[in-house]
Ligand binder design. Structure first.
Ligand code: ZN
Length: 299
């Protein structure tokens, strides 16, 4: 029996369901079946990637951004073109480079991350053969996609837009209840909000993210609700400040994550610390909190 579970978004564009509904550390991929057959993202599980290669004459792979849960299967496509975003394109390809970029500089966190990512995604190093840029129109024969740079989640995060049927492939603008992930050093809340404005302005009819089933109704409302999660996270952090607290004291209350993936505490603390710091920086700029003597307090 085929391991493939394809959800049609149009007659030429399919979401490739990853096991466990694409929950991290997996992610859905997208299959383009125009005159060219193209796969976008390879984090749908190594077995699913292998089944895709068996069933379809895949001519090229594109990556939405450099997170391992989106690129883990790249190494299986050795010998065919692999295109990555042109943003920070030299800082992907090996787990060592990615560890420095995504979870550096503490070697303890980096080592833990590498072991965790290897174990849960099966990733191996790969070589990209080219890049794509913001605004690029990718013509696959009968279906055309536009690359849209949507930084914030990571600096190199891209969406793809299929204009004919108004389908937004939103990747880690993932439209889950957790909300926007900004846990890496390069993540940026302001940029993320502006990226959301950019894709909402397209008025998509369908929004298909990497970590949940596609949204065929009220896609705009789902994008707005996702953007509103920034304010929810602000609020969750403010609620911890019934008395002045240090960053570490706020972190101990897990205001954003509430609970951590069992065994992954080292990483999740790292991610949540980054997210809380970025929210606090924004709340400081807005004049809603102040930092004095290492403690944050509400104004
Ligand atoms: Zn990501």
């Amino acid at each position: 029996m085929s391991k493939l579970d394809l959800v049609p978004l149009s007659d030429k564009l399919f979401l490739v369901n990853a096991p466990n509904e694409g929950r991290f550390p997996l992610s859905h991929s997208f299959l383009i079946r125009g005159e060219k057959t193209v796969l976008i993202d390879t984090g749908c599980g190594l077995d699913v990637c292998r089944a895709l290669m068996e069933e379809f004459p895949i001519e090229a792979v594109y990556n939405s951004h450099a997170h391992p849960d989106h690129i883990a299967g790249n190494f299986l496509f050795r010998g065919i073109d692999i295109f990555t975003p042109d943003v920070r394109s030299m800082e992907t390809g090996t787990l060592d480079i990615l560890a420095t970029r995504l979870v550096g500089p503490d070697p303890k966190v980096m080592d833990f991350w590498k072991t965790f990512v290897r174990q849960f995604t099966g990733i191996e190093d790969y070589e990209a053969t080219g890049t794509f840029s913001d605004g690029d129109i990718l013509d696959f024969g009968g279906i055309t996609l536009q690359a849209i740079h949507t930084p914030g989640h990571l600096e190199d995060h891209f969406c793809f837009w299929e204009p004919e049927n108004k389908i937004l492939m939103s990747f880690d603008i993932d439209l889950t209840g957790f909300g926007p992930f900004c846990g890496n050093p390069e993540s940026d809340i302001q940029a993320f909000m502006e990226s959301l404005d950019k894709v909402m302005a397209l008025k998509p009819a369908v929004a298909a993210s990497s970590h949940r089933p596609p949204i065929f109704k009220n896609a705009g409302r789902a994008l707005q609700a996702f953007q509103d999660k920034f304010a929810r996270n602000d609020q969750s952090i403010l609620e911890t400040l019934d008395a002045p607290k240090t960053l570490e004291e706020i972190l101990a209350l897990k205001p954003i994550y509430k609970k951590y993936f069992p065994g992954g505490e080292v990483l999740y603390r790292f991610f949540e610390r980054n997210m809380i710091s970025k929210h606090l920086a924004r709340l400081e700029v807005q004049g809603r909190v102040t930092l004095a003597g290492g403690q944050y307090r509400v104004l």
